[in-house]
Design a protein around this ligand. Structure first.
Ligand code: ZN
Length: 455
């Protein structure tokens, strides 16, 4: 059996259990062996510890980006704009998309930026095959979803299923792969049903953009509004939702009627939802990835974070892509959610803890990688969990203040560790690879780390 690596930090935030001052996480063979105070673990594990890392900052589970398109990393110019509506952003996106891109390089750069933000797992949506291997190549966890859009019933019946299956099969694994039916306005009702069936047959998860814009809501309810007009103008009046004059209900209930709200699916955005919709999502076990900075760039309303928290919906945090967001750093969206929750009147004193939970365990749950998902769950620090860790440049010394600083001020990452392997670090930890017990015990504050300059 290989020896244990001990990661020590001024504060350890296990998520599933209370914060630990001068904490440590013991790792072996890609799994966590134990979590506790540095002194307790040192006494308990003794000579079983080989390598030691002394990190200057706060150690957390690796962040989970529950909604992104790393493929569009080189479309940051679009994301730097600000837009009055979803439709105006979509036009800018389409123009930016049409010029020639090296999607493989763009997605690889997105994976690099993600890792440098402390992210260890992503819900990545791939639209062009060239972008399909970036997550695999980078060694990140998560799910790579093949995006399906632009199918009406007739076209789907010709060869849609075969084409989608071929694209799904072409995605390299690990990580797991999945299907992303794009949105209710870009696929016919029967195609959604068929994709649900296909996902079940293949044993893969679904991820859907949903309730992102007011015009999408109107499209679903009545088959009217700016998005519906645009689709009719492009010759798609025969879409089932449009020719039927809408479904009579909002996006979430419509998706339920086509059978895609299951514990094996998760949604992105979830802005235009009411209490009924949120109750249905809870009933179906469906998580929502909230992407508040993307919503702001596109000129949409803010997600109802306070309501989601108060009512107990499972949520994750996504950055979306750089074509609609300033960075791929999940903590930037966490800070924005913190601000929004306060603006929306959330008064619970658990806000910091719940938002860190959303960005870690909540994201893992959304991707089917959380507690109960299998022998090596992720998103929290506990014995037997996957050793996916991140360290952040947090100055606060008390665990309570460190948690608040982490959530409110989006500190830079210091290190990203996947399966117990340091995938990236801003600068080496102090400590040692010495096999002798009791060595490498410099104080956690004595590190020589440069300030993270990766933002
Ligand atoms: Zn998206």
């Amino acid at each position: 059996m290989s020896s244990i690596t001990l990661h020590r930090a001024r504060t350890v935030l296990p998520v599933a259990t209370p914060p630990i001052a001068d904490g440590a996480v013991a790792v072996r063979d890609g799994r966590i062996v134990a979590v506790g105070t540095h002194d307790d673990l040192t006494a308990e594990l003794g000579t079983a510890v080989g390598e030691r890392h002394e990190w200057d900052g706060t150690l957390t589970p690796g962040l989970v980006n529950a909604h992104t398109h790393l493929q569009y990393t080189d479309m940051a110019a679009v994301g730097r704009g600000s837009y009055p509506s979803f439709e105006t952003w979509a036009l800018a996106f389409e123009q930016g998309y049409r010029v020639e891109h090296d999607w493989a390089a763009s997605a690889a750069e997105g994976a690099r930026q993600s890792i440098e933000g402390g992210t260890t797992a992503v819900a990545e949506i791939v639209t062009d095959p060239a972008a399909g291997s970036a997550v695999h190549d980078a060694g990140l966890h998560g799910i790579v979803f093949w995006e399906v859009f632009g199918f009406k019933r007739a076209g789907w019946e010709v060869d849609g299923r075969e084409r989608v299956l071929a694209q799904l099969d072409a995605l390299p694994s690990p990580p797991a792969t999945g299907l992303s039916p794009h949105a209710i306005y870009s696929l016919d009702t029967d195609v959604f049903r068929s994709l649900q069936q296909l996902a079940e047959e293949q044993g893969v998860r679904l991820h859907i953009h949903a309730a992102e814009s007011a015009s999408e809501d109107e499209f679903a309810r009545f088959g009217t509004g700016p998005l519906a007009d645009r689709w009719r103008g492009l010759g798609h009046s025969d879409m089932q939702l449009l020719s039927a004059g809408g479904s009579g209900s909002g996006v979430v209930h419509y998706l339920d009627t086509v059978g895609v709200l299951t514990p094996h699916s998760h949604l992105a955005h979830g802005i235009y939802v009411d209490a009924d919709d949120r109750a249905l999502l809870r009933e179906r076990g469906v998580s929502v990835a909230l992407c508040p900075r993307s919503n702001a760039v596109i000129g949409l309303d803010a997600p109802p974070i306070a309501a989601y928290l108060r009512e107990g919906n499972p949520i994750g945090v996504g950055t979306d892509s750089l074509s609609s967001s300033p960075s791929l750093h999940v903590l930037d969206d966490v800070a924005e959610l913190h601000r929004l929750a306060q603006v929306q009147g959330y008064t619970g004193d658990d806000l910091h803890a719940r938002l860190l939970h959303a960005a870690t365990a909540g994201g893992a749950r959304a991707l089917g990688l959380g507690l109960g998902s299998g022998p090596a769950p992720s998103g929290f620090l506990a014995a037997d969990a996957r050793a996916d860790l991140a360290v952040f440049d947090v100055a606060s010394t008390s665990p309570r203040d460190a948690l608040a600083e982490l959530v409110e001020s989006a500190p830079a990452a210091v290190a990203t560790i996947v399966d117990g392997r340091t995938l990236w670090t801003a600068a080496p930890s102090t400590g040692s690879g010495n096999q002798g017990a009791g060595s490498g015990t410099q104080g956690a504050d004595s590190g020589t780390r440069q300030n993270g300059t990766n933002r």
